[in-house]
Design a protein around this ligand. Structure first.
Ligand SMILES: NC(=O)c1ccc[n+]([C@@H]2O[C@H](COP(=O)([O-])OP(=O)(O)OC[C@H]3O[C@@H](n4cnc5c(N)ncnc54)[C@H](O)[C@@H]3O)[C@@H](O)[C@H]2O)c1
Length: 252
């Protein structure tokens, strides 16, 4: 068994072209997993294939039922089965309740909420097909566990990720399917670096750094390691857990 117990496992990682998703693909592949990487960003997936030619890619939007079903089917066609889903794809807009429009709300809930539901739904269906069980890791957030300012749509969408994790864990435990989540603090990904360019973004990031007791932002590889642990056999009796990877943020 590799470090995380994912050797030979058939994995689908959504939102894998950058940030936490890409770092997760690296860790899973290094541990001997077989990975199909999804994203809406075709160019990002092409650079991932250059870095890791053994990784398959599938372009698709997790918020679209047809695309979500197609990406799970592509994993089953490639590997003959699906053992692991890392439901990571998401958008991270900042905005207060006054700044957030109905369109913003619908978009964030469609990608971060509905997209996570749809990929879990089709993955569970695939995992049930051979009765070998499986493991799902949803990427929630500290914003899916505690309240924060200027996350009026994103924060509630991440509560969907946390809620899905707990409900699906209970619903499918009897079928050998574990469902867990990570709750990352602020992680130095492309998306977060882009926040610095938004109005008030640099100030927000400086405040967030100080809010983490460890006094720094996290690295994508630090979240990826936690995801790989929850995905693999080392976590065989862990389900319904929401693991903070946050430098102590939620411990305050
Ligand atoms: N970076 C952080 O500080 C942080 C903290 C907590 C949680 N998260 C969560 O981690 C996940 C990854 O975020 P990240 O920081 O790596 O961001 P990122 O932007 O670097 O990566 C997200 C990826 O998802 C893809 N994506 C967006 N919409 C999609 C869709 N509809 N279908 C398929 N792919 C789509 C993007 O193209 C991108 O490649 C998100 O769910 C985010 O909410 C991030």
């Amino acid at each position: 068994m590799g470090e995380y117990g994912v050797t030979g496992k058939a994995c689908l990682v959504t939102g894998a072209a950058s940030g936490i998703g890409r770092a997760t693909v690296r860790v899973l592949v290094a541990d001997g997993a077989r990975v199909l990487a999804n994203d809406v960003n075709e160019i990002g997936l092409a650079t991932l294939r250059e870095e890791l030619p053994e990784v398959g890619t599938v372009v698709g939007d997790v918020s679209s039922p047809a695309d979500a079903e197609r990406m799970v089917r592509a994993a089953v066609e490639r590997f003959g089965r699906l053992d692991v889903l890392v439901a990571n794809a998401g958008v991270i807009p900042l905005g207060s309740a006054l700044e957030t429009t109905v369109e913003d709300w619908d978009h964030v809930l469609a990608v971060d909420g509905r997209g996570m539901f749809l990929t879990c739904k089709y993955a569970i269906e695939a995992m049930l097909a051979d009765e070998a069980g499986g493991s799902i890791v949803c990427v929630s957030s500290i914003s899916g566990v505690a309240g924060q300012a200027r996350q009026a749509a994103y924060g509630p969408a991440k509560f969907v990720a946390s809620g899905l994790t707990k409900h699906l864990a209970v619903e499918w435990a009897g079928h050998g399917i574990r469902v867990n989540a990570v709750a990352p603090g602020t992680i130095r990904t492309e998306a977060v670096e882009a926040v610095a360019e938004q109005p008030g973004g640099a100030e927000y990031l400086a405040t967030m750094k100080l809010a983490h007791p460890m006094g720094r932002l996290g690295e994508p590889a630090e979240v990826a390691a936690a995801i790989a642990f929850l995905a693999g056999e080392r976590a065989s009796f862990v389900t319904g857990a929401i693991l903070p990877v946050d430098g102590g943020y939620l411990a305050r």
